[in-house]
Design a protein around this ligand. Structure first.
Ligand SMILES: Cc1cc2nc3c(=O)[nH]c(=O)nc-3n(C[C@H](O)[C@H](O)[C@H](O)COP(=O)(O)OP(=O)(O)OC[C@H]3O[C@@H](n4cnc5c(N)ncnc54)[C@H](O)[C@@H]3O)c2cc1C
Length: 407
């Protein structure tokens, strides 16, 4: 196990926050992280999706950890889930993005909102990684404000017919199923979630979005839906409940992305320490220059500053998971996950930037591990709610509902 993380887990174990069984899961995540790091690196340089990482996560049972035992999983608490994601993200956000959509977003959506039949159909195979999910909310003209989405559904007999486009969809071209959000063609205020089969007629990959400035090992796609027939049994959480489902999914997803950001900071720190001890300029290791030490110290401080908000959000999520009807717990978990993701993503980007600086010209290359961390970390300030949207949420909570900048 990695030194810094092992200190963390030892500390949490001392506080009774991590059990022996959970430590075993974290050890598996450490092994998986090590096994995926080389393939992530190689695929990154080729700018291609890395399916090897899926195989590794399957092998170590990591897709099962947020699924209840009765559906084939070995559900762990949000804090442990977060610690697993942190480990996977030390070499970049490519695979952690897939893992976030699968285990922080899609599985909880089905577990919480699905019918018994849907849970039995989808959860066991998502726990093995046989079924990979995507989450289709964003559209070319509807990002931060999903209410203006244009994808529609209309009822015909016992089915719904869906038409529209989904943009920037992680796992969109490689998934088996998508949790899709669409609006009633008859009622602009009615948004509903569906589970749709990506192999069925009507679902097509319009483009694989490869011209990104990072995240090369993750699949990001534009999806077109044309006269797609979805049986009514595949609505998720009831007609008109779509936004509620989307927001609850993103609340958990933000803990996933924030946790991954801690991994990025950790990766930045490790690489920077190594480089500082091996690179010699002006007659000594650069780590002996005080200004480099200042960067190292700042990254370490960022690591510590990012952890608590994420752990705090994970603990709040655990409380909320026990009582979904408790509005106070919902608001608490929602605010904490937004705050934690906002803090961790800013600190991850800043840490990767400092790590690039420590690596000098070599750092400004995708061959260096920190170049990848720098490019990948930028997106964490955008997806699953931008910096600005999180700021507005945090401010509105403090100022009161009448100060909400948008509703
Ligand atoms: C690599 C990648 C993967 C993604 N994966 C998925 C996915 O799997 N599924 C999915 O559904 N989406 C996904 N997204 C989309 C992502 O969630 C959106 O990009 C994000 O929500 C922002 O929407 P937007 O890009 O349309 O920006 P816009 O909403 O157009 O925002 C542009 C700017 O305006 C600001 N802004 C917007 N509204 C306000 C306001 N009221 N006040 C102040 N500022 C405001 C924003 O903060 C931002 O700075 C992904 C995006 C990327 C880049």
């Amino acid at each position: 196990m990695d030194d810094l993380f092992s200190m963390d887990v030892d500390g949490l174990a001392r506080l009774g926050l991590v059990s022996k069984d959970e430590e075993k899961i974290l050890s598996k995540a450490d092994v998986a992280a090590e096994e995926t790091s080389l393939s992530e690196y190689e695929h990154y340089l080729k700018h291609e999706f890395n399916s090897d990482a899926i195989a590794t996560a399957r092998k170590h049972g990591l897709f099962a950890i947020n699924v209840k035992k009765e559906y084939g999983g070995n559900e762990v608490r949000p804090l442990i889930h977060s610690l697993v994601q942190q480990r996977l993200a030390q070499s970049g956000l490519g695979f952690p993005t897939l893992y976030d959509v699968q285990t922080f977003i899609s599985q909880p959506s089905i577990s919480r909102w699905g019918t018994e039949e849907q849970k039995k159909r989808y959860l066991p195979k998502s726990a093995t990684g046989e079924f990979i999910f995507s989450f289709g909310l964003t559209e070319p003209e509807a990002g931060s404000d999903p209410r203006i989405m244009k994808t529609t559904y209309r009822k015909e007999g016992d089915s719904y017919i869906i038409n529209g486009e989904k943009y920037l969809i992680s796992n969109g071209s490689i998934c088996n199923y998508m949790i899709l959000f669409a609006k009633s063609s008859e009622n602009q205020n009615e948004i509903t979630a569906f589970i749709i089969d990506a192999k069925e007629n009507g679902y097509s990959v319009e483009a694989q979005l490869r011209e990104k400035i990072g995240l090369f090992t993750a699949d990001t796609a534009m999806i077109s839906l044309e006269e797609m027939v979805v049986h009514e049994s595949e609505t998720l959480g009831g007609i008109g409940n779509g936004l509620r489902i989307a927001y609850s999914a993103l609340m958990s997803g933000r803990i996933g992305i924030g946790s991954a950001c801690i991994g990025v900071i950790e990766g930045s720190l490790k690489a920077s320490i190594e480089r500082s001890k091996s690179r010699i300029q002006h007659g000594k290791e650069i780590g002996k220059h005080q200004l480099i030490q200042q960067h190292i110290s700042a990254i370490k401080q960022n690591l510590e500053m990012a952890k608590w908000p994420i752990y705090n959000a994970a603990i709040s999520m655990e409380e909320y998971n026990k009582d979904y009807n408790n509005k106070k717990l919902l608001l608490d978990a929602d605010l904490k996950s937004a705050t934690a993701k906002r803090i961790a993503s800013r600190l991850a980007f800043e840490s990767a930037d400092r790590a690039v600086q420590i690596h000098g010209g070599f750092g400004y290359s995708l061959i260096s591990p920190v170049g990848q961390l720098f490019c990948d970390s930028r997106v964490a300030r955008i997806y699953e709610g931008t910096d600005e949207i999180q700021d507005l949420k945090i401010a509105a909570d403090l100022l009161g509902k009448e100060f909400e900048a948008f509703s």
